[in-house]
Design a binder for this molecule. Structure first.
Ligand SMILES: [Zn+2]
Ligand SMILES: [Zn+2]
Length: 352
């Protein structure tokens, strides 16, 4: 039996819920559903009250793809009503703790979600070198935590594999009927010593969906190759960091601590291995990006407010940009005829 795109979109709206905007526009309803959900919009390891750590979800029709998995991701997915068992693949941009520490929670929740049984399909995890070690360690952690359940007679059916891990370099790293994912090494680790730079890699991703293309910068410094990699994308999901505010935060954090803490080194990391808002604007203009979604925010109380970010981006980029909040839903609407694909905030929250 075949089913039209329009009927499929209608069925998906019934089962998963669609935005009012897409439901009211017949030409849109005939398209694939492509949603970008900033699941966690904080940046940096210290836990924030109002923002979860970095994770971005891309939904294409009834498939869900997760990019990074910082602390709080699983709770945010629960808030959104998206079972962890629905995550088809997880992609790590790089291995920093703010981007990967909820992996064990994700693996654990998938076991609970399947009634303490073996997942029918292992979680596919894609990441830079070191990812195999990371997911092995997370699985061991889950194993140890579940031992008592097994001793109590529960979870006897928990077997391996609960994941597959694939490490990648630059190039195409994933393809299925919905998306293609390309990776490009970026400058997030550019200050490391040469030996470490050979060992550790940080990547940006370009996701090609049925409705358009999305560049996920991950964490990166200013890097001219990034705008080439993301040339003409319809959306850039970009990290952003306010270096002035970060200096205030670091001064506060390190106040009175031993001198071996290297404040200049940390500031160098923040300015050369992260993107300030002006650099985001320049990159977006050079890439001819359709729109920009800013994420990976520092604590609001020391970031000088969002006006600083808005003004700096605006002075270098004339396109539309958004400041993400956890669980907002951005719809990527494919272009009709000569018109370009565009992005709209179609729901203020995925939360039920
Ligand atoms: Zn980060
Ligand atoms: Zn990082």
């Amino acid at each position: 039996m075949t089913i039209s795109n329009q009927a499929l979109a209608g069925l998906l709206c019934l089962s998963l819920g669609c935005s009012g905007a897409s439901a009211q526009q017949p030409s849109v309803a005939a398209q694939s559903i492509v949603e970008i959900v900033p699941v966690g919009t904080a940046g940096g390891p210290p836990i924030q009250v109002d923002r979860s750590e970095p994770a971005t979800l891309i939904r294409v029709n009834d498939q869900f793809y997760l990019f990074d998995c910082g602390i709080g991701t699983v709770r945010r997915l629960a808030r959104a009503g998206i079972p962890t068992t629905k995550i088809k693949a997880l992609f790590f941009t790089h291995q920093h703790p703010d981007h990967n520490m909820d992996l064990a929670a994700l693996l654990s929740d998938r076991l609970f979600g399947l009634g303490l049984g073996r997942p029918a399909v292992p979680l596919e995890v894609y990441g830079p070198p070191g990812t195999q070690r990371l997911v092995d360690a997370a699985a061991h952690f889950v194993d140890a935590a579940f031992e008592t359940f097994a001793a109590e007679g529960w979870g006897k059916n928990v077997e391996r594999p609960i994941y597959t891990a694939r490490e990648f370099g630059s190039g195409i790293i994933y393809e299925d009927a919905n998306i293609k994912v390309y990776s490009a090494e970026n400058s997030h680790y550019s200050l490391m010593k040469d030996d470490d730079q050979r060992k550790f890699k940080a990547y940006s991703f370009k996701v090609v969906s049925p409705n358009g293309q999305v560049l996920l910068t991950g964490d990166t410094g200013p890097d001219s190759s990034l705008s080439e990699f993301g040339k003409n994308v319809d959306l850039i999901v970009s990290e952003v960091l306010n270096p002035g505010a970060m200096r205030v935060l670091l001064d506060h954090m390190l106040h009175g601590t031993p001198a071996e803490h290297d404040l200049p080194g940390l500031l160098d990391h923040m300015t050369r291995e992260h993107l300030d808002p002006a650099e985001v604007g320049k990159m977006a203009t050079k890439a001819n990006a359709g729109s920009v979604l800013l994420t990976h925010f520092g604590p609001e109380n020391v970031s000088g407010g969002t006006d600083v970010l808005r003004e700096a981006v605006k002075s270098h980029y004339s396109g539309e940009f958004f400041l993400a909040q956890d669980l907002q839903v951005y719809c990527l609407i494919g272009g009709q005829g000569a018109s370009r694909a565009h992005v709209t905030l179609c729901r203020s929250s995925y939360a039920k």
